[in-house]
Design a protein around this ligand. Structure first.
Ligand code: NAD
Length: 500
């Protein structure tokens, strides 16, 4: 059956496997309180699903979501959703089986390239309380090294020109235009809620928008934004690979649903969010979101996630791809990798992490192992590996840097860093070439070629590595050893030397 509002009851009857569908009112008197920019897989598996639960279980009727696409390719999402009453299927898969949920919290979609005014008007509407974002790191125009807005980017330049005030193209152009209108109308500013995977995502969004506003030149508006808009920081987690063509076929076969763009994800989901909103918020804690008082609380959860989940993903990704694997669960199935990741977490990462009240860190590690082992979500290694220059310095190096201070062990972490140093050459251990998807690829490959078995040219990249690492003899020696072994013997023969 094709997915649409009218056939929801029939869908449940026809499905051969567990399926839930929305029974709450959609459209009509329901208010669209959230405008979300960047309706990709992750938003649909995470925020939109939390909101779906609030609507289904708690009758929430003033926080439906209006999706927004700013990029030309978002027309595909508009067409997929518009063709099925903005419904889509979220499939939760694990080794224990799969369950599907038709999600009804998204109730509208605006494609900005076709009608920019409609997007500004929607954000400026009194019903809108939150504008949320999953726009990937590139959408923030954030220079990681200077911590400033990339104000010379042509898209930002376009939006800073007052002549284009009503036809912006970037997220900041739209946010600014809508906030100007809300201020003029005497409305409270909406909350700007970043759900992207960035350390201090809310603070970065705030800083970028404040800079944009100052450069726009209206000091009163800039001061109002700085003073009144809330930008909560949050830690988000739910592994959501890109939808594969086979996922649509499986959905039709198992659940009898014809869906133009379903989402496949794991059963686990987590969201820790700072309680800071400028125009009210939905009662997120009712559906398991951890709403915390302080940004420092978010940071502690984030540190656990970045170093244990993302760090382990790097430990599976770069060595795994070099060894010729394609998916995360395949790497986990290899007994040496399994031991390696567990020992890295337990012996080298965990000792550097803060204790969080109520969090059992060993239980968290066990859950991670189970999540990585999930054979059904088919999480692609290239997805885990892309943009390594932004990942290794955040997920692996901080654990090493802290271990250096307290002379704790870091051999396994060095193996992961060395695997990435070798990975950037784009050739696996069987001599097969693969694409290195990284904004710094050229520079990385140049330095890797210059160094060969010597990691120091790559380590000299000042925007990635600090002097604390570069100048530490023990670290450089360990990294050189690991790189030498990986180059000479390959990953699978080297790995046993890094497990007990
Ligand atoms: P996706 O490719 O399915 O969707 C990305 C969305 O971002 C698209 O709608 C795209 O148009 C939009 N976008 C990209 N560049 C933009 C720009 N410059 N301005 C405005 N919009 C832009 O990807 P996804 O899996 O939904 O992941 C999106 C983000 O969610 C990630 O970058 C990450 O920060 C976060 N996240 C993802 C996962 C996951 O497992 N997929 C987990 C945690 C967090």
């Amino acid at each position: 059956l094709k997915l649409n509002d009218a056939d929801l009851p029939q869908l449940v009857k026809a499905s051969a496997a567990p399926l839930t569908v929305p029974t709450f009112t959609r459209g009509g008197s329901v208010k669209q309180g959230i405008v979300h920019i960047g309706v990709g897989g992750f938003h649909r598996a995470h925020f939109a699903y939390y909101m779906n639960q609030l609507m289904e279980k708690h009758g929430l009727a003033d926080y439906a979501i209006c999706g927004v696409g700013l990029q030309p390719w978002d027309s595909a999402m508009r067409d997929a959703l518009a063709g099925q009453d903005y419904l889509y299927t979220l499939v939760e898969r694990s080794a224990k089986g799969s369950a599907a949920h038709v999600v009804g919290s998204i109730q509208n979609f605006l494609f900005a390239p076709d009608d920019r005014e409609a997007v500004i008007a929607k954000m400026a509407h009194a019903d809108t309380h939150i504008v949320s974002l999953t726009i990937t790191e590139s959408g923030y125009f954030y220079n990681e090294h200077t911590h400033e807005l990339q104000s010379d980017d042509p898209a930002i330049q376009h939006d800073l020109d007052p002549a284009n005030a009503d036809t912006p193209s970037t997220t900041f152009g739209f946010l600014y235009a809508a906030l100007v209108r809300r201020r003029a109308a005497g409305l409270k500013p909406f909350t700007v809620l970043s759900c992207d995977n960035m350390h201090r995502n809310g603070s970065i969004t705030r800083s970028m928008l404040e800079t944009f506003a100052k450069l726009r030149g209206d000091a009163d508006v800039a001061a109002w934004i700085a003073d009144k808009v809330a930008f909560p920081n949050s830690m988000v987690d739910r592994i959501t690979p890109q939808t594969a063509p086979a996922d649509k076929v499986a959905l039709a076969e198992t659940f009898g649903i014809e869906d133009a763009w379903p989402v496949v994800t794991e059963p686990f989901m987590q969201w820790v969010i700072e309680d800071r909103f400028s125009d009210g918020r939905p009662p997120l804690e009712k559906v398991g979101v951890q709403v915390v008082a302080d940004v420092l609380d978010v940071e502690q959860f984030e540190k656990h996630k970045l170093r244990l989940l993302n760090g382990s993903h790097s430990a599976l990704g770069y060595p795994g791809q070099l060894a010729g694997f394609s998916y995360v669960h395949e790497v986990m199935n290899h007994p040496d990798f399994h031991k390696f990741v567990w020992q890295m977490m337990q012996q080298e990462v965990k000792p550097m992490l803060p204790a969080i009240e109520g969090v059992d860190i060993d239980a968290y590690c066990h859950t991670l192992i189970e999540r990585f082992e999930n054979p059904t979500i088919m999480d692609q290694l290239p997805r885990i590996c892309l943009g390594g220059s932004g990942k290794i310095p955040k997920f692996i190096m901080p654990s090493i840097a802290e271990a250096i201070w307290v002379t704790a062990p870091f051999r396994r972490l060095c193996f992961v860093a060395a695997a990435w140093f070798h990975y950037v050459n784009g050739v696996d251990d069987n001599g097969n070439k693969f694409e290195v998807d990284d904004p710094m690829r050229e520079e990385l490959q140049e330095k890797a070629a210059e160094g060969g078995a010597d990691p120091r040219p790559l380590l000299s990249i000042g925007t990635l590595f600090g002097d604390d690492l570069r100048n530490d003899e023990r670290f450089v020696k360990e990294l050189t050893t690991a790189l030498g072994l990986i180059r000479k013997d390959g990953i699978l023969k080297t790995l046993p030397k890094y497990i007990d």
